[in-house]
Design a protein around this ligand. Structure first.
Ligand code: HEC
Ligand code: HEC
Ligand code: HEC
Ligand code: HEC
Ligand code: HEC
Ligand code: HEC
Ligand code: HEC
Ligand code: HEC
Ligand code: HEC
Length: 269
């Protein structure tokens, strides 16, 4: 006795017929089924194919038990016959430590596939859209498109400053706040900044101790300086400047046409 099963999938696949010997009809051997016969569209013509796919579909879909029955018979309690929920599924092969630093991107909680296609993509790193379009799927574009745009933002370099997964720094920064800015603005720490003539040191830049060339402060004052105008945020370059874009000159965070108009947001004279 022979069993025939036909299936018409997407436009790419017209139709197929499967022919099974009677012995296999009762207990289909799932490992022998070539999934790509019906699902080639997942990876066809894509620039980047996930290396995991060449390890076989069951590397992730261990629960697709009867691939010839449509809808498939599933033996796991997870959606799509997956062997685990995200992100645990991905941690099976990718080092969890990268995704679990002290500051974790809330997007991780929405699933790795909020940003990555698990099978294939035309974008680098299997992204569902290139950066920064990807980021704008969830973040308001207005923050990045004010009158004066910071050149690294205009150049789509979000990842020069941010880790997309997790970081030990505030705001998922690649380095501590302020320190990251000095990578490109070294000169700012070399001469008095924002104010001159007050003992020649310039304004505090919110740099951690090791980066400072100023005189040492007593033990008790070692804790992080906080931004007086924004509760819970550390005091740093970005207390005065918007790192992305601004309608003011010098990327000032607040509406200000001159430096003095900026000062009044934190100081009363
Ligand atoms: C005979 C053709 C055929 C073969 C072979 C086949 N599939 Fe499918 N598969 C389908 C069809 C048809 C669907 C249903 C599409 C739908 O419901 O949108 C489907 C759906 C799926 C789904 C989605 C299930 C869901 O709950 O949404 C997964 C995952 C899947 N297949 C994995 C596999 C794997 C892994 C293999 C190989 C072990 C495989 N398929 C082999 C035809 C096939
Ligand atoms: C790295 C793990 C992984 C591998 C390997 C993998 N898949 Fe998937 N697959 C997933 C995840 C995760 C989803 C769910 C996507 C989502 O919910 O957004 C999925 C969803 C699907 C779906 C549902 C349709 C869709 O696009 O969401 C089908 C069909 C499917 N996989 C088939 C396959 C086939 C066939 C293979 C082998 C060629 C395969 N998968 C290999 C992780 C994987
Ligand atoms: C069965 C093992 C396995 C699983 C499970 C797995 N991956 Fe992978 N993945 C790999 C391998 C192998 C590579 C290639 C080597 C590397 O970059 O680490 C890779 C590479 C990647 C890359 C980089 C691709 C590139 O072009 O550089 C991304 C992104 C990725 N995986 C995301 C995921 C996501 C998201 C999941 C969970 C849905 C996942 N992986 C689950 C094995 C796996
Ligand atoms: C907010 C979007 C987003 C989410 C959510 C996300 N990723 Fe990524 N991922 C990226 C971006 C962007 C890159 C490219 C990084 C680069 O090019 O430097 C990347 C790169 C990768 C790479 C390639 C190696 C590397 O670190 O550059 C792997 C592997 C990876 N991601 C796995 C995962 C896994 C596993 C999850 C879920 C735990 C996940 N990603 C969740 C955006 C995301
Ligand atoms: C799937 C949705 C999603 C995508 C895509 C996404 N994010 Fe997020 N992101 C969030 C959510 C949710 C939060 C937490 C709420 C908030 O701050 O808006 C967040 C917060 C952040 C934060 C602040 C983290 C903190 O702890 O202060 C940064 C920085 C960030 N995202 C950068 C990025 C970058 C860069 C990209 C693109 C590579 C990106 N995001 C893509 C959802 C997303
Ligand atoms: C020059 C470095 C730099 C670049 C480039 C950069 N950011 Fe940021 N981003 C920061 C800093 C610093 C903060 C923390 C600001 C603060 O003090 O509140 C931040 C904060 C954020 C936040 C948290 C919410 C907020 O607005 O404060 C999100 C989301 C974010 N960035 C997304 C992005 C995206 C998307 C891109 C690319 C379009 C990008 N960033 C490019 C430095 C940068
Ligand atoms: C990847 C390099 C890079 C990084 C990192 C970077 N910047 Fe910039 N920034 C530039 C470039 C290029 C310009 C335009 C030329 C200039 O004014 O030096 C610029 C301009 C500026 C300006 C405007 C100057 C003006 O005259 O209008 C400010 C303010 C500024 N950056 C602050 C910051 C802050 C704050 C950080 C850290 C959150 C930072 N930058 C990190 C590259 C960078
Ligand atoms: C207390 C507020 C404040 C802080 C903190 C601050 N700035 Fe500024 N910044 C200013 C003011 C005010 C100006 C405008 C000076 C002028 O035009 O005379 C300025 C100007 C700049 C410029 C334009 C070129 C220049 O030097 O005049 C850059 C670039 C810049 N800042 C980067 C930074 C970086 C990087 C940090 C952190 C390391 C930082 N700023 C911290 C207030 C600040
Ligand atoms: C975002 C808030 C903020 C803005 C804007 C700001 N400052 Fe400050 N300023 C501070 C903080 C915080 C300190 C204390 C730093 C410390 O503890 O070393 C400080 C310290 C000072 C001091 C040292 C004396 C003191 O009160 O401790 C002077 C002088 C000063 N600021 C002047 C200015 C001037 C001038 C401007 C405008 C160009 C300005 N500030 C803009 C937050 C700000």
């Amino acid at each position: 006795m022979r069993r025939f099963l036909s299936c018409a999938l997407s436009a790419a696949i017209v139709s197929l017929f499967f022919v099974l010997p009677s012995s296999a009809a009762e207990a289909p051997a799932k490992k022998e089924v070539d999934c790509s016969k019906c699902h080639a569209g997942l990876t066809a013509k894509k620039k980047v194919v996930h290396a995991a796919v060449s390890m076989g579909c069951p590397a992730c879909h261990s629960g697709i038990d009867d691939a010839l029955k449509v809808p498939h018979k599933k033996t796991t309690s997870f959606a799509k016959g997956l062997s685990a929920d995200q992100p645990e599924l991905c941690y099976g092969c990718h080092d969890k430590a990268k995704f679990t630093h002290t500051v974790v991107h809330a997007a991780i909680g929405m699933g790795c596939t909020a940003c990555h296609n698990p099978h294939a993509s035309d974008n680098e790193k299997l992204l569902i859209a290139p950066v920064p379009d990807l980021c704008m799927n969830c973040h308001d574009k207005a923050e990045f498109t004010k009158k004066n745009v910071h050149p690294p933002v205009a150049d789509k370099m979000c990842l020069v400053c941010h880790d997309p997964h997790s970081s030990d720094n505030y705001a998922l920064l690649q380095k501590a706040p302020s320190v990251i800015c000095l990578d490109c603005h070294e000169e700012v720490a070399k001469r008095p900044h924002a104010l001159a003539g007050f003992g020649g040191n310039g304004h505090s830049l919110g740099l951690p101790k090791a980066e400072k060339k100023e005189k040492k402060e007593p033990e008790g004052k070692k804790k992080e300086k906080m931004d007086p105008a924004r509760q819970g945020k550390p005091f740093s370059c970005t207390s005065c400047h918007n790192p992305h874009s601004s309608d003011s000159v010098r990327l000032f965070r607040y509406p200000a046409r001159t430096p003095m108009e900026l000062c009044k947001n934190c100081h009363k004279y």
